[in-house]
Design a binder for this molecule. Structure first.
Ligand code: CDP
Length: 208
């Protein structure tokens, strides 16, 4: 069985890009666990529900189908906020647990999210907590939105991102925080290639 590599960190820290490249380099499958919460949030919005409504959100999490992860409307401010709303509900997190564990049980995996190293795979041999300053993360997310042709405002992007981190950190269920044995990687001053090299070196050292 291959290793499990846990990549956690705040919003728009570049976890996805990094995790995808690590997975390709190490020959492991990759799961973006944020997509699970995004898809549940979307299912709640589809029925006109409020993402903080426990009964509606839990029902959506229970009927989540892997095909929902391929929806094209899982990014953007509304999806961000809906994901963070449903993610605070313990029953939603519980309903998504088996899928995440099952995904990696088949032969190891790289997973990125908020609680991979703390809750989903507390025994993972390699854990990274990837972060960057809020300003730098906002700039990256803003550039990403602009590249997609969206007319985003940088100050609003930073405000939304700070609010989401605050909610993700303050919640009682699996709050955003580094695992005690995670390697913290601050990518504020690193470009994508430098961040990848630093992450790969840290993972190789942990797996050695
Ligand atoms: O890509 P970005 O960093 O903006 O967000 P994401 O990783 O797709 O996660 C979206 C939201 O889902 C987060 O703000 C969290 O509230 C939630 N999430 C979570 O609670 N636990 C995870 N393992 C992954 C995401």
């Amino acid at each position: 069985m291959g290793p499990i590599i846990a990549i956690d960190g705040p919003a728009a820290a570049g976890k996805g890009t990094l995790a995808r490249r690590l997975a390709a380099e190490l020959g492991l499958p990759y799961l973006d666990t944020g997509l699970l919460y995004r898809a549940v949030g979307r299912l709640v919005l589809d029925v006109g529900g409020n993402p903080s409504d426990v009964a509606i959100a839990e029902a959506a999490a229970r009927r989540l189908d892997p095909a929902d992860l391929d929806r094209s409307d899982l990014r953007g401010p509304a999806a961000d906020a809906a994901a963070s709303g449903v993610a605070a509900i313990p029953g939603v997190r519980a309903a998504l647990l088996d899928f995440q564990r099952g995904f990696a049980a088949r032969g190891g995996a790289v997973l990125d999210g908020r609680d991979i190293g703390t809750v989903i795979f507390p025994d993972a041999p390699a854990k990274l907590f990837v972060t960057a300053s809020p300003q730098e993360r906002a700039r990256r997310r803003w550039l990403e939105l602009r590249t997609k042709g969206e007319d985003a405002d940088l100050a609003t992007v930073e405000q939304d991102l700070r609010a989401r981190d605050e909610r993700d950190s303050a919640r009682a269920a699996a709050p955003l925080r580094p695992a005690a044995d995670a390697v913290v990687l601050d990518t504020s001053a690193l470009d994508a290639d430098a961040a990848f090299r630093a992450a790969l070196a840290a993972v190789r050292e942990k797996l050695a």
